[in-house]
Design a protein around this ligand. Structure first.
Ligand code: BJW
Ligand code: ZN
Length: 313
């Protein structure tokens, strides 16, 4: 059968052409086919931990070394991953449409690397490549630092026990590399790298002294992401709220998100209340469609990397 029912695609395309104000909300599912795991459901585990339980201020307070190992692993994986066709198709739509904004819950940097216009891309949950100082009297924020590893103790390929592999019989070790967006990571072919997301692979217990330090006050740095219970970046929220509430949104694309996390999920309700029609792109029809879709909305089931370029053609 075709990827998308023809009647749905036709009515969607018609509406897309007529739409002037378009809003896209992105979640982890848009990056799934780039090889990055989502949070909920299968794959939402890192070692023996539920990924969402590590994304909390409490987890960081209790064991900053473990939480930094989790984020260092995620930085490394995100740098190895490449944006997929959905990231590129959205970036293209964004360039073509003046009144189109994208709000992303993702921290992986794949939309910016797909050259999504940055002034029309709003990162609600921060970035894996930003850092913030934990010292309450210091406001240091570091942006777009793509160093991998960020400090030597967080050198993921070397902190576990290196496993022998068929493609790595010359005894090469993966060297630490720095990557800039737009260029492909210069890291080795991953040959022989250990996967510390596997709880069987031993990792060292890190002390605060091993972890990233503030260049201004020498305090402990933390990942520049938004954890549960924390406020979202104020300026970003203000811009997005003003745009969404400013005038009627014609079309909202909800791509690869379980829509369970607030306030991100709230934009679906705000846009709909203002008269927007909603198109959901998700692998799982239980996420959002049944509960929230109305007559006139669309649900496109499948891999975002295949569906998004197809419907935005
Ligand atoms: C595919 C696919 C493919 C797979 N193609 N699709 C009760 C009611 C309402 C709110 C609350 C409440 N109790 C607590 C709250 C607040 C809380 C919240 O929402 N909790 C809910 C879980 C109930 N929210 C907060 O705490 C937020 N802050 C806040 O409210 O502050 C208030 C405040 C004000 C003033 C002062 C102080 C406080 C903050 C939320 C921060 C979320 N942070 C995280 C971690 C970010 C850093 C990191 O990456 O580590 O953000 S949690 C995690 O969830 C991450 C994600 O961005 C976010 C959303 O997840 P997402 O992207 O939807 O992923 P999944 O895995 O859930 O879904 C993937 C989807 O893709 C699935 O549907 C798949 O089917 C699909 N899929 N493959 C297409 N190939
Ligand atoms: Zn500081």
């Amino acid at each position: 059968p075709p990827l998308i029912p023809a009647a749905d695609l036709e009515s969607f395309s018609k509406h897309l052409k007529r739409s002037t104000r378009i809003l896209a909300l992105l979640g982890a599912g848009i990056s799934a086919s780039s090889g990055l795991p989502t949070f909920r459901g299968a794959g939402g585990f890192w070692r023996s931990y539920d990924a969402t339980s590590l994304a909390t201020p409490e987890a960081f307070e209790e064991n900053p070394g473990l939480v930094w190992q989790f984020y260092s692993y995620r930085r490394h994986m995100a740098l190895q991953a490449k944006p997929n066709k959905a990231h590129y198709a959205l970036a293209e739509l964004s360039r073509r449409n003046k009144d189109f904004i994208t709000i992303s819950q993702n921290v992986d940097g794949l939309s910016p690397r797909a050259n999504h216009p940055v002034n029309k891309l709003h990162l609600l949950h921060g970035s894996l490549f930003d850092v913030k100082c934990t010292n309450v009297t210091c406001n240091y924020v570091g942006k777009d630092d793509f160093t991998d590893p960020i400090v030597p103790a967080l050198d993921i390929p070397k902190t576990g026990i290196k496993l022998p592999s068929a493609t790595d019989n010359e005894g090469k070790t993966a060297a630490a590399q720095t990557t800039v967006p737009g260029s492909e990571p210069k890291h080795s072919e991953s040959s022989g790298e250990v996967d510390i997301s596997d709880a069987e692979v031993p990792i060292p217990k890190l002390e605060p002294a091993d972890l990233p330090k503030c260049p201004e006050c020498d305090g402990l740095l933390r990942p520049g992401v938004v954890w549960f219970g924390e406020p979202l970046p104020t300026a970003t929220m203000n811009t997005v709220d003003a745009w969404v509430e400013g005038s009627k949104v014609d079309l909202m694309l909800v791509i690869g998100t379980s829509s369970k996390v607030w306030p991100a999920a709230g934009y679906i309700h705000t846009a709909r209340a203002g008269g927007a029609r909603i198109a959901v792109i998700n692998m799982d029809e239980n996420d959002l469609s049944g509960r929230n879709l109305r007559r006139g909305d669309w649900f496109f089931k499948g891999d975002a990397a295949a569906i998004v370029p197809e419907i935005l053609k």
